[in-house]
Design a protein around this ligand. Structure first.
Ligand code: ADP
Ligand code: MG
Length: 696
């Protein structure tokens, strides 16, 4: 039996290690920098670096790296060894404060959206002191932010930290109005539930589409999909279980609170959820989780698919971003409290979230837009592309009662008056019934369910933090001027709910009627990434993000360009992969099988007296479908050639969505039908059935 408590965090340079190993004054100075963001002196950094190096070397590390999160959506690292020559062909292991605090990777090969001309390609990485260093694969990893030489953010961490700062500032203003003088900081917290597929590596290696694009571009429906619903929470297969066990242990060593694991709805689909932590750490940890899922799967002869839609006709994978906001004194501000005073404060934060989601639904939608996620959102899968909120019946009734002024009678028959009466408690089971809502209140937090499985949670949380900070700012501006706090507070809660209740929808989000109803309510329905992305650089978005110093206008535009470009490239690669598979493997397979059939037909006819209906029919059908396939293939190839350079970004992306993607779908339809006719021994790829049920 392993000793889990001592295993946990054993590869992390955390609080305990720092306290034990750093000289007292250095530890104090570092803590001050951590909590107050003050400057770290170089002599202090030198001591910290040296201590870190000793600790890492004792644990087998030979290298260090600045670990950062460029706009590729994954993480990046460049390893340097600790060795330093001392003459006579000898070396010592060294690590300086300068190396710890700042790095200068060549940034020219990371996406910058035109931010950085290549002649000034240098970027730099800066240690994020709020996230602990850790050892991975014999390398000491220093979590860092990544900026261009002129100071623009080139990563997801920098704006995330800025967004945490702005919501901290605005939330503290609100808390002071309620007389809270003890909270010094307000932090947002996140627990991301991660879905993924695990398939056999041998199957994977036979599918160029999975290798190049992460999803299957062809594949006929298997006889059995997820219709029996026998996979969800089902017994975990031994191979999967061995993988999950090792994953848990490796994550624990890195201080990641991996907590829950289970099988998901689709065959071969699984989920992992950690215990929540502050958003910055949760983001780093989720990146580490995805990275380890991939590398450990490989070790077990498996492949972990993080794509949002690896298989058509089978549930895709998402990520549920459980979000809340709490004080450094340990109070969750989305927890309905036990006193009238706490409840009034809770209601104010609650309506702030409601207003933020309603006012900025388009920007929130942008934060979950990607080519991969387009297969889920707005494509008859959970959840839809329309942003709405679920509050549950009870909480909605309370807010409605406040709005109408009629008074809400709770179980104890107390009338509901803000700041006077106590809200009833909302046990999780009464608030979490709706699994179709994109943004659901679940008792003491919100669960944002629109994220794709491959996403960094950085992006969506930057948006959540900033839009809510903006509303808290507006509230604080109003209430700080108030002469009668209680009555102005009541009026504000009432008016906010009344103005923004259209965003609340407790019904079934998958129903056709909701689309119509949402339109009637004036909610937006940005179906695809191409529809959504322009909202990111709208006047409203620029105003919001620049006001809160989360993104400069230049940074916003560069991100917009990166996202649009990424979208086009993704579809372009998918189309090329399709063309390649059809020409190189599918056409030859059809030819071979037709050849077999023709030979048999000829032979039977020569012998005479045989019924040849089957051979003839099959030949005719396959020949017809093959011609149709060739036509669609040629159309797609011609369209790809038609891709004119120099188009504006939106036209370019529309071309990929409306022309290329549409033609890819057409080609797929024919090929999938052919797959059902051509003998399995000729079909060049494993089928859906073989892939989905490959792990036994
Ligand atoms: P489920 O949604 O699967 O029923 P839970 O509601 O228990 O599961 O938790 C889902 C996730 O929400 C977990 O990662 C949990 O740690 C996280 N969570 C719980 N409380 C908070 C909070 N205050 N802030 C952020 N995340 C939270
Ligand atoms: Mg959940």
């Amino acid at each position: 039996m392993k000793d889990i408590p001592s295993l946990f965090g054993s590869m992390v340079f955390n609080e305990t290690v720092m306290r034990a190993r750093l000289p007292k004054d250095v530890y104090k100075a570092l803590k001050k920098t951590m909590s107050k963001g003050t400057h770290l002196e170089l002599d202090i950094a030198n001591v910290v670096a040296n201590t870190m190096k000793d600790w890492a070397v004792e644990r087998g590390a030979t290298h260090f790296t600045h670990w950062f999160q460029p706009m590729t959506g994954t993480t990046a690292e460049k390893h340097d060894s600790f060795i330093s020559p001392i003459g006579d062909g000898k070396v010592i292991m060294e690590f300086s404060g300068k190396e710890l605090v700042r790095g200068e990777p060549d940034a020219s090969s990371f996406p910058s959206g035109g931010l950085r001309a290549t002649f000034e390609a240098r970027g730099y990485t800066v240690w994020d002191i709020t996230s602990y260093a850790f050892i991975k694969d014999g390398t000491l990893c220093i979590p860092t932010a990544f900026c261009s030489y002129s100071g623009e953010a080139l990563d997801k961490k920098t704006p995330l930290l800025r967004s945490m700062e702005t919501i901290d500032k605005q939330a503290i203003r609100i808390l002071r109005l309620f007389g809270d003088t003890s909270a010094q900081r307000v932090l947002t917290t996140v627990g991301p539930e991660q879905e993924y597929f695990l398939i056999d590596k041998e199957m994977y290696l036979k599918r160029p589409d999975l290798i190049y694009t992460g999803r299957t571009l062809f594949g006929a429906r298997p006889p059995k999909g997820q219709e029996l619903e026998d996979h969800y929470f089902g017994a975990i297969k031994p191979r999967v279980s061995a993988f999950m066990k090792e994953l848990d242990e490796e994550l624990w060593k890195l201080g990641v609170n991996a907590k829950t694991k289970h099988n998901e709805v689709a065959p071969a689909q699984h989920e992992l959820a950690p215990i929540f932590s502050t958003t910055n750490i949760a983001t780093d940890h989720n990146q580490l989780t995805m990275e380890l899922m991939k590398s450990l799967a490989n070790k077990h002869g498996l492949v972990c698919l993080l794509h949002e839609k690896p298989f058509a006709g089978v549930n895709g994978s998402g990520k549920h971003n459980n979000w809340s906001i709490s004080t450094d004194t340990g109070i969750n501000l989305l927890e309905p409290g036990d006193t009238p005073h706490d409840n009034a404060q809770f209601l104010l934060f609650l309506v702030a979230v409601i207003k933020a989601i309603d006012d900025y639904q388009d920007i929130l939608r942008v934060s979950v837009a990607s080519a991969g996620n387009d297969h889920r959102l707005g494509a008859n899968e959970a959840p839809p592309a329309i942003v709405s909120m679920f509050l549950g019946e009870e909480l909605t009734e309370i807010l409605e009662a406040i709005e109408s002024g009629k008074g809400y009678k709770n179980k104890e028959k107390h009338e509901m008056e803000i700041g006077v009466s106590v809200l009833p408690h909302f046990p999780k089971d009464t608030t979490d019934r709706n699994r179709t809502s994109p943004f659901a209140f679940t008792g003491n937090k919100f669960e944002f369910r629109m994220l794709g499985s491959a996403f960094s949670i950085g992006g969506p949380n930057i948006v959540l933090n900033t839009i809510i900070a903006e509303i808290l700012r507006q509230f604080a501006d109003t209430l700080e001027k108030s002469k009668d706090f209680k009555s102005d507070l009541s009026a504000l809660v009432k008016k906010t709910f009344s103005d923004h209740k259209r965003i609340i929808f407790n019904g079934n989000n998958y129903a056709e009627e909701w689309v119509v109803e949402a339109q009637r309510r004036g909610l937006s329905n940005l179906k695809t990434t191409v529809d959504a992305l322009p909202e990111f650089v709208s006047k409203k978005s620029v105003e919001l993000f620049t006001k809160h110093h989360v993104f400069s206008e230049v940074e916003l535009h560069s991100r917009y360009e990166i996202l649009m470009e990424g979208y086009c490239k993704t579809i372009h690669i998918e189309a090329l992969a399709m063309v390649d598979m059809v020409k190189g493997q599918i056409i030859p397979a059809c030819v071979d099988y037709q050849n077999d059939l023709a030979k048999l037909l000829k032979h039977k006819k020569e012998l005479g007296g045989y019924d040849v209906t089957m051979e003839e029919n099959l030949l005719v059908n396959i020949a017809k479908l093959s011609s149709s396939m060739l036509k669609k293939l040629t159309a797609l190839e011609n369209t790809l050639l038609d891709n004119k350079e120099g188009q504006d970004t939106v036209t370019h992306a529309r071309f990929y969505r409306e022309k290329v993607f549409a033609e890819m779908q057409e080609l797929r339809l024919v090929v999938d039908e052919l797959e059902t006719l051509v003998a399995k021994k000729h079909w060049p790829f494993p089928t859906y059935g073989q892939i989905l049920y490959s792990v036994i």
